[in-house]
Every structure is written in C-alpha cells, then in structure tokens.
Design a protein around this ligand. Structure first.
Ligand SMILES: Cc1cc2nc3c(=O)[nH]c(=O)nc-3n(C[C@H](O)[C@H](O)[C@H](O)COP(=O)(O)O)c2cc1C
Length: 240
C-alpha cells in the first residue's frame, strides 16, 4: 500500500472538539483531566466481519482513516527496549505495509537504532481518535534492503534528503546554527542529488501479533487479537 507523503489537513481548531457523537466544549484551563470522559459508540468489531488475516483488517481500517482525511494518518508510536528491558517510545511514520510487515525510515545510528541492534523487537501503536480505534503490532525487526531504502530515499524532497545527511539523530547538538551549517556544507558537497547516507534507511517490523481495538459503550470495547501460528493467523477476543 502506498501511503500519503504529507499529513493531510492542518491542526484542529481548539476549544470545541467533536469526539465520536458527543461534543466536548473545552475550557481547558478549568477542566480537570480526570473529568475528561467519553462514550465510545461509533462502530463495532466482531469476529464475523473481521478479515481473515491482520493485514486485510489493517487495510480496511487504514482506508477508513484515509477517507476521513485525518491529520498524520500514518503516525505510529514505536516502542523499543534496551538490553536491560528499559523501554523507550517515539512517533515515526509508516511508509509501507504488506504481508511482510510494517516499514518506517530513520537514522541507523539513532537511539532507536542502537536499541534495535541489541534487541531486534518492537511494538507499534496507532491511535485513530475520531474512529475510536487503536492497533497494536508486535514483532521482530529487520533492516529493509539497501535497494528498498534507496528507492524511498530518492523519492523524498531535497530538504529531507539533505537533512538525513546533516542530522546526527539523537546526539546532543551545540546549537541550531550548528545543524544549519551542516546542511549548508552537505548542499555544497552534493548539490541537488545527494545519495542515501549509509547511516539512514528503513526497518521492517514483521508482526507475530496484531490487536485491533474498537471503542464501545460502557467500556465494553472490542479487542480482536491475531496471533501468527506457522503460516496462518488465529483470532482471539480479549477482555477490554
Ligand atoms: C508526527 C511525527 C512523525 C515522525 N516521523 C519520524 C520518522 O518517520 N522517522 C524518524 O526517524 N523520526 C520521526 N519522528 C521523530 C521521532 O519521534 C524521534 O524524535 C526521532 O526519531 C529520534 O528518536 P530516538 O532518539 O528515540 O531514536 C517523528 C516525530 C513525529 C512527532
């Protein structure tokens, strides 16, 4: 599946937010966080309607998200862990999905990359708030092929390609200016056709479990988990 390169529309207006079928009038300063409460009632997820494999189910939900023109529909939280089991999480963008897994691109010397080198497992989470949906993905992680990374790198805008060279992701920088001068130096060196930096490329999460969560009334949500068993997927319902 090809994913949109840019994040759709701009930010939602503040103050009045439509959530499912209920409208919350936001006086954010006086509202206590514990008072934020929402009934989930926009849809259901039942075994009879679920796709036979999780990629089919993901395709359906992702089509809904694209149709709804959500901002950053492909933003997902990526959790990794170091060898002591200490987790770290950040948002990255999904750039491809097929039966082999979920692909994102990043710096191969970043914190996430260092963690993945030592502990090649990850968890991904999508939250699509207007649909009251969450998808949780777990599996082993591997680098995508150099050809696949090249192809995606070459499709990126020039500024992003120069940035990939200039930014030592996750390392301390002396100043914003230091970053800008690195970009300028890279531009002088490569002009408008920078090759893919060796320290930049894709990862593929090969899932062995994917859970689809649909919000339902009274906190009796639907949770269907697909578990990989050999070449097939078993579906089980989990308590909310
Ligand atoms: C909406 C959004 C999308 C992002 N997409 C990416 C991405 O695709 N790749 C990436 O390396 N960082 C992306 N980032 C930045 C990461 O969240 C993070 O700051 C960076 O990858 C460094 O993480 P690390 O130090 O844990 O390796 C994105 C951040 C946001 C908020």
């Amino acid at each position: 599946m090809d994913l949109p390169r840019r994040g759709g529309r701009g930010a939602h207006s503040a103050g009045r937010v439509k959530c499912g079928t209920r409208v919350i009038r936001g006086t954010h300063h006086s509202m206590s966080i514990s008072d934020i409460r929402q009934e989930y009632q926009s849809a259901e997820l039942v075994e009879e309607d679920a796709a036979a494999d999780p990629f089919g189910q993901f395709d359906r939900w992702f089509s809904d998200v694209l149709r709804a023109e959500l901002p950053l529909p492909n933003a997902m939280t990526l959790a990794t862990a170091d060898t002591d089991g200490r987790p770290s999480a950040r948002v990255v963008l999904l750039k491809g999905v097929d039966a082999n897994g979920f692909v994102f691109y990043t710096n191969y010397e970043s914190r996430k990359a260092r963690e993945l080198a030592l502990n090649p497992f990850a968890s991904l989470v999508f939250l699509w708030t207007p649909m009251e949906r969450q998808v949780r993905i777990e599996g082993a992680v591997e680098k995508v092929s150099a050809e696949e990374s090249d192809e995606y790198f070459d499709s990126r805008p020039l500024g992003s390609r120069l940035g990939a060279w200039a930014s030592p992701q996750s390392r301390p920088l002396p100043s914003r200016l230091a970053l800008a001068s690195k970009v300028a130096a890279i531009m002088l060196r490569y002009g408008t056709a920078p090759p893919r930096p060796p320290h930049w490329g894709g990862y593929r999460v090969r899932p062995d479990a994917i859970e689809f969560w649909q919000g339902r009334p009274d906190r009796l949500h639907d949770r269907l988990r697909y578990l990989k068993q050999g070449n097939t997927w078993k579906i089980e319902r989990l308590a909310p």
